[in-house]
Ligand binder design. Structure first.
Ligand SMILES: Cc1cc2nc3c(=O)[nH]c(=O)nc-3n(C[C@H](O)[C@H](O)[C@H](O)COP(=O)(O)O)c2cc1C
Length: 320
């Protein structure tokens, strides 16, 4: 029983599985692997490096992929959007800011507009922007987000946006997550942390190992890593990362960290450079506790879909 719904139709995909645009971790190889497996790969638009995006697009070859932007950052470098639209992306995802100024150009270029939201109120803005797909992102998610958990946010967004397919994000790593999300009204999932621990992800091998080794409770949402890399996000966004020595040292002491920002940022950048993840953050979500291997991304898509299809099959609920 293949899952077919408005999402698979609108995005022209075989399986309702999207790769989250994870800054430089979601490069062209990973995006292409997810798309070739029947999902949709989204390259990370990051903070403004058009040359990087062009290189990753080339690496994706002939795969049908999209791109995701951090909206408040895109507003500072709007020409990046034109660069991406010139590649004829299947979709552009906007997260963390008002999508409305960018929506007309995206739709005029024939790309699908995906808006990631963290609150029910933001989902109304997404509908106003003409979103083709809305991603409801729970606080469990790796990377930046807000405070509401997916289990309560998702049905609110589904109820508020009946004409738009909703995708669930945050804490999903297997077919149980996809099946549960669909039961709550989603039509698919967007996964970041699960795909970070894949062969094609452009992350450091040690970072992938730390995701695999993580147990429950070993991630934390805060502003410590943004302050440490001098990349302050607008309130109320915070970033979820794997706990490490640096996080333990500074959590609860953010004002002091800010006062010593220059010195901390220097040490932090050097730690990133040498791959020292006791200091540099591994950006990852609560789903880390469900991840135990680093397979090819295509295998992740296959496993998630096969398990969800099994769980959602009607016979499971039939009377004996
Ligand atoms: C390493 C990492 C980097 C991320 N970078 C971005 C980003 O650049 N833009 C964005 O919209 N979301 C980003 N996210 C958040 C994802 O879009 C998505 O909401 C999240 O990964 C879903 O939760 P999960 O990690 O539990 O699957 C990032 C997530 C991770 C794990």
């Amino acid at each position: 029983m293949a899952i077919r719904n408005r999402l698979t139709e609108i995005l022209g995909i075989e399986h309702p599985v999207l790769l989250a645009p994870m800054d430089v971790v979601s490069g062209g190889r990973l995006a292409a692997a997810v798309s070739h497996a029947g999902g949709l790969g989204l390259v990370g638009g990051g903070y403004g490096d058009g040359d990087w995006i062009d290189r990753e697009w080339a690496l994706a070859g002939n795969a049908r992929i999209g791109c995701g932007f951090i909206t408040w950052s895109l507003a500072k470098h709007p020409a990046l959007l034109d660069g991406v639209l010139a590649h004829q992306p299947a979709a552009v995802m906007l997260s963390f800011g008002d999508p409305r100024p960018f929506a007309p150009a995206i739709r005029a270029a024939g790309a699908r507009l995906i808006c990631q939201v963290q609150t029910a109120a933001q989902s109304r803005e997404a509908v106003e922007a003409g979103a083709d797909v809305i991603v409801a992102q729970g606080t469990e998610a790796g990377g930046h987000g807000q405070a509401e958990s997916l289990f309560t946010l998702l049905p609110q967004v589904v109820d508020l946006c009946p004409a738009t397919p909703v995708v669930a994000a945050g804490g999903i790593a297997d077919g149980r997550g996809l099946a549960a999300a669909m039961t709550l009204g989603a039509e698919g999932v967007l996964m970041g942390t699960r795909f970070y621990a894949s062969l094609e992800a452009a992350g450091h091998p040690e970072a992938k190992q730390r995701i695999v080794a993580a147990q429950g409770g070993q991630t934390v949402r805060s502003i410590v890593f943004d302050l440490s890399r001098r990349n302050r996000w607008p309130s109320p966004y915070t970033g979820r990362v794997r706990r490490n020595c640096h996080a333990e040292r500074w959590l609860g002491r953010e004002a002091e960290l800010e006062a010593r920002a220059e010195e901390v940022a220097r040490d932090y950048a050097a730690a990133r450079e040498r791959g020292d993840f006791d200091v540099a953050a591994v950006i990852a979500g609560e789903a880390s506790a469900l991840i135990h291997d680093i397979p090819p991304a295509g295998e992740i898509v296959e496993r998630v879909v096969a398990e969800a299809e099994r769980l959602l099959a009607p016979r499971r609920y039939a009377a004996p």
